[in-house]
Design a protein around this ligand. Structure first.
Ligand SMILES: Nc1ncnc2c1ncn2[C@@H]1O[C@H](COP(=O)(O)OP(=O)(O)OP(=O)(O)O)[C@@H](O)[C@H]1O
Ligand SMILES: [Mg+2]
Length: 324
C-alpha cells in the first residue's frame, strides 16, 4: 500500500524535505512538522510560506498547518494579570496578542484560566481541539495569526471545578511547553487572583514581564496592587498597568462619561512607580466584537487603535530588553 502522503512529499523541494520531520493528513488537514534550527525569523516565514504554497490546493488537503521546531527558541513570556476578576484581562490579552501580531511579531497566546477559559470564544475557535505531535500539543491556528492553546481545550467546563492544584499546574505546563514553533512572544492570560496557576507560572515558566489590567475603581486598584506584589516577590518585572473600561462612549450621543472614575489606574501606576501603558475605553463595540469571536484589535475602528497603541508600548519594552 502506498503512503497517502507520498504524493504530498513529492510536491516538496529537496531543501524542505531535508527539514521535514513528519507529515500527515487527518480529515483534510495536512500537518507538517519542520526543523527550523538556525533559521532567523525571515527564513522561518519563508519556509512556512513555501510549504504552505506547495501543499495547499492538493487533492484531499483543505488546510495546511505547520509546526516549526528548533534547538533553542528564544521566546519571551508576557503574563497578563489582575487581582480582581472581570476587569478585562482576557479581552486585553487577546487583543494585545492580535495587535502585536499585526505589528509583525510572531505571537502565541496561552489561556491559563482553568475555571473560566475565554480565549477560544474571543478568537472565534470554540470547539476546535488541538492536535498533538510527539506528545506535544500543536496550537490551534486562526485567521488573526495568533496560534492559541487554552485550558478550555484540555478540560470540559463542568469538570474544571474538581481540578486540584497539581493537575492545574501540569495542564499549564502542557500549554506553555507546547510545540510553539517560531513564536517569539507568548502572551499568557492568567486567571484572576493569586492561585496555583499563578504560582506555577512564577516557579516553572517565569514570565519576562507582567502586564497588570485594572479598571479605574479603587477596589480593583487595591487588588491590582496585590497581584503586582506577587510578581514582584517572584522577581518578574512589571511592564506596566493598563486601564480598562475607562471613559464610556455613549453609542447614541457620543458623550463620554466615566462610570468607574477616570485616571485612577494612571495615578496608581505613578504612585507605585510603574509605567502606565494606556487606556482602553468602555465601549459596547468591544464587547460585541469579543462575543462574536472577532477581536476588535483586528479591525480598523478606534478600538483597534487603542490596542495598537498598547502593543507599541509593550513591543518597545520587549525590544529594550535582553533576551534571556
Ligand atoms: N473595554 C471594554 N469595553 C466593553 N466591554 C468590555 C471591555 N473589556 C472587557 N469587556 C467585557 O467585560 C467582560 C469581562 O471581560 P474579560 O472576560 O476580558 O475579563 P477578565 O478579567 O478576563 O475576567 P475573568 O476574571 O473572569 O477572567 C466581557 O464580557 C468583555 O467582553
Ligand atoms: Mg479572563
Amino acid at each position: 500500500m502506498t503512503d497517502p502522503t507520498d504524493a504530498l512529499r513529492a510536491a516538496l523541494s529537496p531543501a524542505i524535505l531535508a527539514r521535514l520531520q513528519s507529515l500527515r493528513v487527518t480529515d483534510g488537514t495536512a500537518i507538517a512538522v519542520l526543523d527550523a534550527s538556525g533559521m532567523d525569523a525571515a527564513a522561518r516565514t519563508a519556509l512556512e510560506d513555501e510549504v504552505k504554497a506547495a501543499l495547499s490546493g492538493r487533492p484531499d488537503v483543505r488546510e495546511v498547518r505547520i509546526a516549526l521546531t528548533a534547538d533553542k527558541v528564544r521566546r519571551r513570556i508576557i503574563a497578563v494579570g489582575s487581582g480582581k476578576g472581570g476587569v478585562g484581562k482576557s479581552t486585553v490579552a487577546a487583543n494585545l496578542a492580535v495587535a502585536l501580531a499585526r505589528a509583525g511579531r510572531k505571537v502565541g497566546l496561552v489561556d491559563a484560566d482553568i475555571y473560566g477559559p475565554s480565549q477560544p470564544r474571543l478568537l472565534g475557535s470554540e470547539g476546535v481541539k488541538p492536535q498533538a505531535h510527539d506528545s506535544k500539543m500543536i496550537p490551534v491556528q486562526n485567521r488573526w495569526g495568533v496560534p492559541m492553546l487554552s485550558m478550555g481545550q484540555l478540560i470540559e467546563a463542568d469538570k474544571a471545578i474538581a481540578w486540584r492544584g497539581p493537575m492545574a499546574a501540569g495542564a499549564l505546563s502542557q500549554l506553555v511547553d507546547a510545540n510553539w514553533g517560531a513564536i517569539d512572544t507568548l502572551v499568557v492570560d492568567l486567571p484572576p487572583g493569586t492561585g496555583d496557576v499563578q504560582l506555577t507560572m512564577l516557579q516553572k515558566h517565569k514570565p519576562d514581564g507582567a502586564v497588570i489590567v485594572s479598571t479605574p475603581q479603587d477596589l480593583a486598584l487595591i487588588d491590582a496592587r496585590r497581584a503586582m506584589q506577587l510578581f514582584e516577590v517572584g522577581q518578574v518585572p512589571i511592564v506596566g498597568m493598563v486601564e480598562n473600561m475607562a471613559g464610556y462612549v455613549c453609542p447614541h450621543c457620543n458623550e463620554v462619561s466615566d462610570p468607574f472614575g477616570l485616571g485612577g489606574t494612571e495615578a496608581a501606576a505613578a504612585d507605585l512607580g510603574v509605567p502606565f501603558l494606556g487606556r482602553i475605553p468602555l465601549d459596547i463595540a468591544i464587547r460585541e466584537a469579543s462575543d462574536a469571536g472577532t477581536p476588535p484589535a483586528a479591525g480598523d475602528g478606534p478600538q483597534a487603535r487603542a490596542f495598537a497603541d498598547l502593543a507599541v508600548r509593550i513591543g518597545a519594552w520587549l525590544d529594550g530588553r535582553q533576551e534571556r
